[in-house]
Design a binder for this molecule. Structure first.
Ligand code: ADP
Length: 394
């Protein structure tokens, strides 16, 4: 093959491998200056050089495999050899700057003026299914084509990595990749997910409950500044239950967040859930609605299992409503053994079994809360009956 004959092939290989998407940065590698030498030799072997962001980047094998496959798929190419190198500090810094875009370093990316819809999911007490609802909501929103980020701030529980299938066999969450001081959130079910559990060393994990205000404040601030989510349509925050330091910090850093209150139908859960909604209001956040979880389950024989009673969600919504600021019950999710099992397996039910009654309700909840994708068409009906819909579900 002549040199002149190889030139168009090299261009074709460049285009093909440049379109490979970095699994963590979620952008084509060509836009991140990761492409190095691209050469096709006489026997139609493509030699492709790729500069990774960091040494031992956990995704390097996948990038290499994707690049190799992309090069081999180019018509006329018979073989491919991929050489991985690493960016030098200047190249890396330039990339970090570009990824940050106009946002200065060490500022919170989703504060006032941001076009991302920020939803803080809270509850009065633990165990009501707040994290389960949040994880499923995130996945359901991503399945609607929205760009979704999920931040697990539940220092006492950090169950999000497990619910999203982001743990190893020992139940440990991965350490996220860093490019200098930029942290890349692992992606699961198309949701960019970061958890406080990913930053704890094993010996600290049991101590997290004892963390005090200033450390928590700093940690939350770091989450919201150093984690590179890119442009998002929705950011979900899994808040710790109750009305503690983190709720106040988030209220300060993200005054534009809307609070979604999760409760079971049980009076004891409702009372504390209402209180957490009221505290959110005191920090300037709006309450965008109530979700009732663990609602009665209709059994195959038609009998109804109402383990935690009925009507608590509607009661919480009424208690949080004021003249001119109505808070609606946005969804009622039944008890579901399948949902529980899917959560334990790290396969959120809205993806694993969308027909399950709890999954149907969670998907409808996502529809009710979905912002319109910027530049996209209306995403259609919410799936809730008209009486369930609310003008306050902004
Ligand atoms: P929280 O975040 O409020 O502490 P979790 O989401 O961790 O609560 O849920 C607590 C437990 O309840 C988990 O084992 C979860 O699988 C289970 N669970 C949550 N919602 C339901 C439901 N609708 N039906 C059955 N089990 C549920």
């Amino acid at each position: 093959m002549t040199a002149a004959g190889r030139e168009p092939l090299e261009e074709a290989v460049r285009a093909a491998v440049g379109a490979v998407v970095d699994p963590e940065l979620r952008q084509p590698i060509s836009t991140m200056d990761m492409l190095r030498e691209i050469r096709v030799d006489e026997d139609a072997t493509a030699h492709v050089g790729i500069a990774l962001t960091v040494i031992g980047c956990p995704m390097s094998d996948r990038i290499a495999a994707d690049v190799d496959a992309a090069a081999r798929a180019v018509p006329g190419i018979r073989d491919a050899e991929v050489a991985l190198t690493v960016m030098n500090p200047d190249e890396r810094m330039a990339l970090v700057e570009r990824l940050r875009g106009s946002r200065a370093s060490h500022t919170v990316g989703f504060g006032a003026g941001s076009r991302t819809r920020v939803i803080a999911v809270t509850s009065g007490k633990g165990g009501v299914g707040k994290s389960t609802v949040t994880a499923n909501l995130a996945v359901a929103l991503a399945r609607r084509g929205l760009r979704v980020g999920l931040v697990d701030l539940d220092v006492h529980g950090f169950s999000i990595p497990g619910l999203m299938g982001l743990v190893d066999d020992a139940g440990r969450a991965p350490h996220p990749t860093r490019i200098d001081d930029m942290i890349l959130p692992p992606v699961a079910y198309d949701v960019k997910t970061i958890s406080i559990g990913m930053f704890l060393r094993e010996q600290d994990a049991g101590r997290a409950v004892a963390w005090r205000g200033p450390l928590l404040h700093r940690t939350v601030q770091q989450f919201l500044t150093d984690v590179h989510f890119g442009d998002l349509d929705v950011l979900l925050l899994d808040m710790p239950p109750g009305t503690g330091d983190i709720a106040i910090t988030v209220g300060q850093l993200l005054p534009n967040a809307g609070v979604l209150v999760v409760t079971t139908p049980q009076p004891a859960a409702v009372d504390v859930a209402v209180r957490s909604g009221q505290v959110a209001r005191q920090t300037g956040q709006s309450v965008i609605g109530v979700v009732e979880n663990m609602a009665p389950l209709t059994m195959p024989d038609g009998t109804v299992l109402d383990l935690f009673g009925t009507g608590g969600g509607a009661r919480a919504a009424r208690a949080l409503s004021h003249e001119g600021d109505e808070v609606a019950l946005l969804g009622s999710i039944p008890l579901s053994p399948a949902l529980r099992a899917a959560g334990d397996a790290g396969t959120p039910i809205v993806a694993a079994d969308p027909e399950d009654p709890a999954a149907v309700q969670l998907t409808a909840l996502a529809a009710a809360l979905a912002p319109r994708r910027r530049g996209a068409v209306n995403l259609g009906s919410t799936g809730l009956s008209p009486s369930d819909q609310t003008p306050s579900a902004r």
